[in-house]
Write a protein that binds this ligand. Structure first.
Ligand code: PMP
Length: 426
């Protein structure tokens, strides 16, 4: 029996009070009570290697962030309509990590709100309403954002002003085709919007296509699409909620790998290492007119505690060299996974950048036929071996490996070894 009586009772209470919208990971749900660094601990004291949670990007309960939040909580917490050094210091430190043109920041509490605000700004600035996103994108939960988040499936209807384009699949298209295809598809979407009398407002993409299946390369494939939306008078919004804050190793921000210039960048998840905070970094021209007229206010966004948490996160990334670690350990881990694919043909493709890695599981390597059943068994098999990952992509057949950035070579070895063991057993 894998669940004890207390856990069964907790599940029953949970279902009764939280209702049917809440789901649990795994065939055998995890009851976690504590986290430290790359490890999570369950109620029985068992230790799990976390290779999935990108919010705790510095490692769970990082002492510098805990200290910053604790200290500020005891001193002051108000909103942004009083003068305070915290938000200014933080915004200066944050924007300094971006290319010079992206020099202003606005703060929210969630990535959804950041994308919601981006839509409002883009529509105000361009006078258009049309939005282009990818086929399986997720950009958040508000109504405006859910309308261009097709990964929500039948639970939402895409807006009439929304067009989706296929995410560029680097496993099925050659690098040459990759460089052409996405730009061509975006141009076609723009033409279709126009045919329906809709003026394009923005193209939005997650710059590593997290929910579409993780497509990191070839670098630069985003550029023709960004050029297309700019020529059409629309803005490019880079959703860095998942790839941002050094995770891709080669750059602090995922869009930098593609050499493109976003008009707005939305950020969140690891921004406070668990403290809920998000925001937009943008070119000042974009909000010059919108800003004074919008009456924008966010009660909790950018409060002194958020600013302290965010500053501690940026300081830690720099002090601990976490972007470099993501690059170095990411390469090492990808090599280990590729070596494993020599033995196990079910591993069709290993791809990614830094510590954002996708492993595509296939039933037939030559035909590249997705095997979602095997993928589910692998994810659960790793959970049995106390290693946490998940799956993504249109067929949920791509292992999503996205550990805290403090992941070490030793942690990578543990993951590769356990994956080999699961594949051997299955
Ligand atoms: N954009 C992307 C790419 C995301 O992955 C998510 C969250 N999964 C969001 C936006 C929304 O962020 P939040 O859950 O903080 O609202």
């Amino acid at each position: 029996e894998w669940l004890d009586e207390a856990e069964k009772a907790l599940i029953a209470r949970r279902e009764k009070v939280l209702g049917p919208a809440y789901r649990l990971f795994y065939e055998k749900p995890l009851h976690l009570v504590r986290g430290e660094g790359v490890f999570l601990y369950d109620a029985k004291g068992e230790k799990y290697l976390d290779a999935y949670n990108n919010v705790a990007s510095l490692g769970h309960c990082h002492p510098r962030v805990v200290e910053a939040i604790t200290r500020q909580t005891a001193v002051l917490n108000t909103h942004t309509r009083y003068l305070h050094e915290g938000i200014v210091d933080y915004a200066e430190t944050l924007t300094a990590t971006f290319p010079e043109a992206l020099s202003q920041a606005m703060f929210t509490c969630t990535g959804s709100e950041a994308n919601d605000l981006a839509v409002r700004i883009a529509r105000f600035v361009t006078g258009g309403t049309g939005i282009i996103a990818t086929d399986l994108a997720y950009h958040g939960l508000t109504n405006a954002v859910a309308e261009f988040s097709p990964s929500l499936g039948e639970s939402v209807t895409l807006g009439p002003h929304v067009r989706t384009v296929a995410a560029p699949d680097s496993y099925r298209f050659s690098p040459g085709e990759m460089r052409e295809k996405f730009g061509r598809d975006v141009r076609a979407a723009i033409a279709d919007l126009r045919r329906h009398g809709i003026k394009p407002a923005m193209l939005i993409t997650d710059t590593i296509f997290s929910s579409d299946g993780i497509f990191a390369g070839p670098k630069g494939f985003l550029k023709p699409a960004v050029d297309a939306i700019h020529e059409a008078g629309g803005l490019f919004v880079a959703d860095e909620v998942q790839p941002g804050f050094g995770r891709t190793g080669e750059a602090m921000w995922g869009f930098e790998r593609h050499g493109v210039a976003p008009d707005m960048v939305t950020i969140g998840k690891p921004m406070g290492n668990g403290y809920p905070m998000a925001g937009i970094v943008l070119r000042p021209e974009v909000i010059a007119d919108f800003g004074p007229r919008a009456r924008y206010f966010n009660t909790f966004g950018g409060n002194p505690i958020a600013a302290a948490a965010g500053k501690a996160v940026l300081d830690t990334i720099r002090i601990e060299g976490l972007q470099h670690n993501a690059l170095e350990v990411g390469r090492y881990l990808m090599e280990g996974l590729k070596t494993l694919s020599d033995t196990y043909p079910a591993i069709g493709d290993v791809r990614g950048s830094g510590l954002f890695i996708g492993v595509e599981i296939v039933a037939d390597a030559a035909a590249k036929r997705p095997d979602s059943t095997l993928t589910t068994r692998i994810v659960n098999g790793l959970r049995e071996r106390r290693i946490l990952i998940s799956a993504t992509g249109p067929n949920a057949n791509i292992l999503k490996i996205r550990p805290p950035l403090v992941f070490s070579r030793e942690n990578a070895d543990m993951l590769v070894e356990a994956l080999g063991d699961v594949l051997k057993t299955i």
